[in-house]
Design a protein around this ligand. Sequence first.
Ligand SMILES: [Zn+2]
Length: 525
Amino acid sequence: MKDTPRLIVGITVDQMRYDYLLRYWSDFGNAGFRRLVNEGFLCHNLHYNYMPTYTGPGHASIFTGTTPAYHGIIQNDWYDRASNTMIYCSSDSAAKGVGTGSKSGQMSPHYLTASTLGDMVRMQTNGRGKIIGVALKDRGAILPAGRTADAAYWFVGGEEGVWATSDWYMSVLPDWVNAFNKLKTADKYLSQNWNLLRDASVYDESQADNNAHETPFKGTTKPTFPYDLASLKSANGNYELLKATPFGNSLTIDFVRELITQEKMGADGYTDMLCLSFSSTDYIGHQFGIHAMETQDCYLRLDEELGSFLSFLDDQVGKGNYTIFLSADHGGAPTPSYTAKRKAIGGYWKSDRLELFLEDTLAKRYGQGDWVLNESNQNIFLNHTLMQSKRLSTKEIQYEVAQLCLSFPEVMSAFTASDLSQARGGDLVKNMIQQGYDAQRSGDVIYTLDPGFIEYGMSGTTHGSPFAYDSHVPAIFFGCGVECGETYSRFSITDIAPTVSMMCGIALPDATTGVAIEPAIRKRK
Ligand SMILES: [Zn+2]
């Protein structure tokens, strides 16, 4: 039926906006992004079809072909009523770190409630195909690989600076991982300066290096090149610093090359799958924003790394024997302090004000009590026990709270849990909230802000909204099974997994809700 590739590489570039392809295109070389696009298939108009556009949900959605409503990863961290604590999306208190003794090792995909492409490859090859996830961020490695993966490796920063995993996957690290950690490659990167890769004149798509909309590293006053990493290291969390430089991506690639060689990925006739996520783009985007020379430099460097990675795959696995897809887990908002200068939309939101206002108003109307248990990620969790003790209708109080949210000018819409459990459809934003809503894990009321508003400090940026700056991401397919071309039709993030399934001749992930992007798939002649 279909020539299956020896290796599928699913690449997520953390916080990569689609428009970076446009803005940096003329500065890219021919071997990286340009090669992927010129020899592959590019979706110009692919979006997240739910909110919140965060890292955990994004990685899960790309690889499961469905939304948080189905795969359960509704946030990076969500409030848990039962334990009255925040739950982190890839944490697992029952798991033990392997290669690290710290809490950073207590991770697994156990909160993931849908299967991934990797799970399907594993089933299809009767367990012979290897599935491995790699990222600096644990969630960027764990969620894409899925529950049945052989391994997921992530980077433990702080004082450790090592690649580690958890006993969800294995009881001891493979020898090659220990050997790689002993090389102390992270130290090599942290002993050098971060300078511009190219001449400063190349960076004319970005703001001037020194400006008030970027966050300097700790221990410095200006966000300007060159960055002397050795002197910044101790004030910036030691190995944590590496994550917020382009060399975090370099280290990821170094590790992955070794992994492909040592694990013989793509070496036999059974399809293997590597889920690779580049996290440094996100740390840098948060710190410096979407118009920074630092951000541009990170992408120019990533472009070079991708180029050499592609030629490595050509040598190691063979041209035409592997399939790559590349997308992002979310975009990023323009920094409001910067856009304000140009009279553009947007601004800053403080959710504490809303929470206090709700507490106050409900106390005045219904008596003293802890009415709002938690407000996080624009989800409001009300005190059900208190409402029941006062014989108040949950549905009515939810509605009242939604109305109170709307009294803030920055709030665009507010929906109640009762609303959201109704049939899907209608308004785009309501539909996006519904696709991100889980009756067990989400709040009583979910609200959205006006376009351009973020809850963040005055420099750098964040993401999470349903709007284009956060939802619009690139999707590129390359290699075995891929038809060269492009489309400007609108597609969804959940369409990537079914497209890859059909390109590579593997079953659809169980809860797939997306559709295949047909023009990207090479047909039998
Ligand atoms: Zn992210």
